[in-house]
Write a protein that binds this ligand. Structure first.
Ligand code: GLN
Length: 429
């Protein structure tokens, strides 16, 4: 199908479903989209694009700058902000012949797990609209799961691509730290933020990743991407405690002839990962958000949501004298111990299989009176951000008609192996 048809189809599904799902904050102007689609179709005919995704439509999370198209971070502070420039990933999508159909809903400034803190209202899970699609990139995941688009971008600081991918039954990758330029991504916690792809197939997810990955001098942590060599006979490790929860995926890997072995971490990651992550994320987040002071950016009269305020207070607290050593420094030390534990395990295994989240998508409002429970639910996703390692969510089962993913985490730059293994078990739900 050509780009024009893709745009028309996407707009009609958005029109039909988005009043209920609320995946989009902004849909681009139809005339401009069609103009762009005709240009892309022309380019495809002339053979100027290399990517198999040329002519496809994509949704982009609303914390990624799009020149001339509103970018709100789902915050009152930026409700009407139109950026003068585009993020590096947006430039790359455009060069590859993709069409940005609109900007997706999210938790305010990406601080959250449910998309409920958006000033534009919650996004609903297309599998069950009484439930959350997850967050913070919930709009992107829901747009793909509802068939409004086949591709989307999100950002993942502590699981915000993988967790909504799990709740919405699609693929979602948190790339190796530094693989994808963060230029033009609104920062949350700079030492962990990465932009990642969502897709309904492994091939599309991989093709989208290869478009957005690559060195960019405008991001000081960007690196030249050098794929890890592929092992001939990969061995997957599973933490023994979770093997029973991953039976379906393990069976499928074994049927495909891939070795899966159990192991035990030398460090209690489950106990320390989420607390260390939240201390570091709030600390970095509060210094990053200081720029929205109403002088250059942000509406000074607008307020943050209560969740964000609480986190900024916590960030200020852990960075203040007297608490700094006890919290921030300690969390940084724990971060190093977690990285060491993963490095040790990844000497013996090519990658690690684990849950993404313990459960399927919760009902909207589920965490209203227990925020700590919400933070604890990030236990399996945050290690990839604390360590910088890549991790992929693969849809593997359905429980009471709700999808659930499993996570494959590998060595730095081993995305090719993660995709290759995911392909072996594709189509489980
Ligand atoms: N749920 C995590 C948090 O609230 C992750 C958010 C993210 O990855 N952007 O910090």
């Amino acid at each position: 199908m050509g780009a024009v048809e893709n745009v028309m189809r996407s707009l009609s599904v958005i029109e039909e479903k988005d009043s209920e799902i609320n995946a989009f904050i902004t849909v681009a102007d139809e005339k401009a989209l069609l103009r762009r689609a005709r240009e892309v179709d022309d380019g495809i005919n002339r053979g100027i694009y290399d990517s198999p995704l040329a002519g496809m439509v994509i949704a982009v999370k609303d914390n990624i700058m799009t020149a001339g198209l509103k970018t709100t971070c789902a915050s009152e502070k930026l409700r009407d902000f139109i950026p003068p420039y585009s993020a590096a990933v947006v430039e790359r999508l455009t060069e590859a012949g993709l069409i940005i159909i609109g900007k997706t809903n999210m938790d305010e400034f990406a601080f959250g797990s449910t998309t409920e803190t958006s000033c534009f209202g919650s996004t609903k899970n297309p599998y069950d609209t009484t439930r959350t699609p997850g967050g913070s990139s919930g709009g992107s995941a829901a747009a793909v799961a509802a068939g409004m688009v086949e591709l989307a971008l999100g950002s993942d600081t502590g699981g915000s691509v993988r967790q909504p991918a799990s709740y919405c039954g699609i693929y979602g990758l948190k790339p190796t730290y530094g693989a994808v330029s963060r230029f033009g991504l609104t920062s949350y916690a700079s030492s962990m933020d990465q932009i990642g792809p969502f897709a309904t197939s492994v091939d599309d997810c991989e093709a989208l990743f290869s478009i957005i990955a690559g060195f960019d001098e405008r991001d000081s942590n960007s690196i030249h991407y050098n794929p890890d060599s592929m092992p001939e006979k990969p061995v997957i490790g599973v933490p023994e405690k979770y093997a029973s929860e991953l039976i379906c995926a393990i069976r499928r890997f074994k049927e495909a002839g891939i070795k899966v072995r159990e192991f035990k971490f030398s460090f209690d990651i489950e106990r320390f990962a989420a607390p260390a992550y939240y201390i570091i994320a709030c600390a970095e987040g509060c210094s990053n958000l200081a720029r929205f002071d109403g002088i250059r950016y942000g509406d000074r009269n607008a307020d943050y949501c209560p969740e964000l305020k609480a986190r900024l207070e916590m960030g200020n607290l852990v960075l203040s004298e007297g608490f700094y050593d006890e919290y921030y420094i300690k969390a940084s030390k724990i971060r190093r111990l977690i990285r060491n534990a993963y490095d040790e395990v990844l000497k013996g295994f090519d990658c690690i299989l684990s849950p993404v989240v313990a459960d399927t998508a919760p009902i909207l409002g589920h965490y209203d009176d227990d925020r700590v429970k919400m933070y604890a639910a990030d236990t399996f996703t945050v290690p990839a951000n604390l360590t910088g390692l890549p991790a992929l969510c693969i849809p593997v089962e359905k429980k009471d008609s709700l999808p659930k993913g499993a996570q494959l985490m590998g060595r730095a730059f081993s995305e090719n192996l993660l995709f290759c293994l995911a392909r072996q078990i594709e189509g489980m739900i």
